[in-house]
Design a protein around this ligand. Structure first.
Ligand code: FES
Length: 145
């Protein structure tokens, strides 16, 4: 095969090969999309609806319960209600201003800190932002790009 024929066949098949490689890359990306963790800022409640030391139940983006607790004039905590011991649901005891886990008598204060019982760690907190009189909670979410 002479040099001219080799160059001609390369010039013919190179663009076709590049096109197939591009299609294959698109196919791989379609089958295994890239996922990124992003923050979603969700409005939860107005401050006027949540008096000092009051609580309000809310759900995160995956349907898990959390509790909003107003701990100061312009301070609200968003606390997971999943006990850090074995995953039971804690509930708020208004009279004691504590979270209580009925499974093994775990107790947490209004900031999620362990007060007693077997829980090894505080309750999970979600970041909170207060803009004007609106309380927003920041949730982690997965986005396909
Ligand atoms: S699961 Fe909550 S104290 Fe054990």
């Amino acid at each position: 095969m002479d040099r001219r024929k080799v160059l001609k066949s390369v010039a013919t098949f190179l663009p076709i090969s590049a096109a197939f490689a591009g299609l294959a890359a698109m196919g791989v990306r379609f089958i295994t999309p890239i996922k990124r963790e992003i923050d979603r800022k969700i409005f939860t409640v107005g401050l006027e609806e949540l008096p000092l030391n009051a609580t309000k139940r809310f759900k995160d983006l995956r349907g898990r319960d959390l509790m909003l607790v107003r701990t100061g004039e312009r301070e609200v905590k968003a606390i997971s209600t999943v006990c850090t011991h074995l995953g039971c649901t804690v509930f708020w005891q208004k009279d004691r201003q504590e979270f209580f886990c009925p499974c093994h008598n775990g107790r947490f204060d209004k900031n999620g800190t362990v007060l007693g019982g077997p829980p090894p760690a505080p309750l999970d907190l979600y970041p909170v932002e207060i803009e004007g009189d609106n309380v927003f909670v920041i949730f982690k979410d997965i986005k396909e790009v």
